[in-house]
Design a protein around this ligand. Structure first.
Ligand SMILES: Nc1ncnc2c1ncn2[C@@H]1O[C@H](COP(=O)(O)OP(=O)(O)OP(=O)(O)O)[C@@H](O)[C@H]1O
Length: 403
């Protein structure tokens, strides 16, 4: 280690001691007249230029309450700036100090995200991290997504990012999307997409969709039982099932509907193993909007600028209430770890262009027999319309499109 690096390490270690002291993360003992302070041990300071950050690893003394460390995140921010992350649990922690702040005005580009989608079964694109990488989570491991934030904070763009990426990544033979559009706005864009089975607004039709999905859940559970497998992905090939996404925008429109709430609780608790994932969005996600029991089953929680501290805290996304109004697309993510990220911006018009190759005529869906001539079914690019294999829809399904 050169002199410069040694000095860098030394100054950061001293800064950590000062930070531990200010955060009350130390023990005091007496030795004669002297007071001795015992701090967590800093093991290493590693500057990673390719990750755009410095990693500082430390361990707590036995007896120090680990929950105190996360509670004192604000003290770490006061010392090292807002661009930090703190990860760890019982004893060992790593503080990531990023050299640059998150960039606002990030534009959605599928090519930039593609390399982060590998080996992810059900990709949920959250946003860009402080090290410049995209964080894509697998809803088959972390089921169900909640998006909250005040009007104009960037929720609709984030929903477009998640849905558009799913549509470009998974083929219609792999994914069905159902949507309930509380504002009769956001999901109109996806209506003609081949993966999309329904876009509805009224409570009556929302209940019908939820009924349909609960029945589907039951059928899939029976299959799992028959073949004695824990997850639909483990079913024999001939019984392979598609993944299903149910997206509900402006959830508060349905908060007084007990039937809807009850079915959401059911899907939230059992959906993962049968491949059914929920994505809910609303300005706030308090107990009036979504049942507290159901909320606990949502493992990916994105909070754009929150209405207030209480609402930010409900999702475990403390600090989301402090996001500045002009920082569109900025959010706090809780997926076990808590991070501040930037969602890429995807406008309605650009999404429409990107989705165009996936548009099909829904009115004569049953008659479509066209197959793209150049396509080879084994190596289909994701934007290939394999219309011939579109499963025949029942009249019940088709009526969902009428809204
Ligand atoms: N990720 C982003 N990066 C930069 N600007 C964004 C981003 N997302 C949204 N915006 C800007 O913020 C405006 C509001 O965004 P959006 O409609 O997504 O918010 P919203 O939370 O869905 O609002 P509402 O609840 O009123 O529908 C957009 O018109 C756009 O200009």
């Amino acid at each position: 280690m050169g002199l410069k690096e040694k000095y860098y390490t030394f100054t950061l270690k001293v800064k950590m001691m000062n930070c531990f002291r200010a955060a009350n993360l130390y023990f005091k003992s007496k030795s004669g007249d002297k007071t001795i302070y015992i701090y967590p041990k800093v093991h290493s300071v590693v500057k990673k230029n390719d990750e755009n950050c410095t990693e500082i690893t430390f361990t707590l003394m036995n007896g120090l309450d680990p929950s105190e460390v996360k509670k004192k995140l604000y003290v770490f921010q006061q010392f090292f700036g807002r661009s930090i992350e703190l990860k760890g649990d019982l004893k060992k922690y790593t503080l990531f100090v990023y050299h640059t702040a998150l960039k606002p005005d990030l534009i959605y580009n599928y090519k930039n995200i593609k390399s982060f989608l590998e080996d992810i079964k059900f990709p949920i694109v959250t946003g860009q991290k402080k090290n410049g990488r995209y964080l894509v989570l697998d809803a088959m491991e972390l089921p169900h997504v909640i998006i909250q934030g005040v009007s104009g904070s960037g929720k609709s763009s984030a929903i477009r990012v998640i849905l558009t990426t799913l549509i470009k990544t998974l083929r219609p033979e792999q994914l069905d999307i159902y949507s309930i559009d509380g504002k009769k706005a956001e999901f109109q864009l996806f209506k003609k997409v081949e993966h999309v089975q329904a876009v509805v607004h009224s409570n009556k039709h929302a209940r019908e969709i939820l009924d349909h999905l609960c029945n589907e859940m039951k059928k899939r559970e029976d299959l799992q039982e028959t073949f004695d497998v824990p997850h639909i992905d483990d079913l024999p090939k001939e019984h392979k099932q598609k993944y299903i996404l149910l997206a509900i925008d402006e959830m508060y429109e349905y908060m007084d509907d007990d039937v809807i709430q009850e079915k959401i609780i059911k899907i939230a608790s059992k959906g993962r193993s049968v491949g059914i994932i929920l994505l809910l969005s609303a300005q706030r996600m308090d107990a009036d909007v979504i049942d507290t029991k159901a909320r606990a089953n949502f493992n990916i929680r994105m909070s754009f600028r929150a209405v207030d501290r209480v609402n930010a805290r409900l999702l475990g996304t403390d600090g989301a209430e402090k996001i500045k109004g002009e920082l569109k697309g900025r959010f706090i993510l809780n997926y076990g770890d808590i991070e501040e990220l930037q969602s890429p911006h995807l406008t309605y018009e650009k999404a429409k262009k990107l989705l165009n190759p996936f548009f099909v005529s829904k009115t004569d869906l049953n008659d479509i027999t066209e197959v793209k001539k150049e396509s080879n079914t084994n190596t289909l690019p994701n934007n290939t319309k394999l219309l011939k294999s579109k499963p025949k829809q029942s009249d019940d399904d088709l009526k969902f499109f009428l809204e």
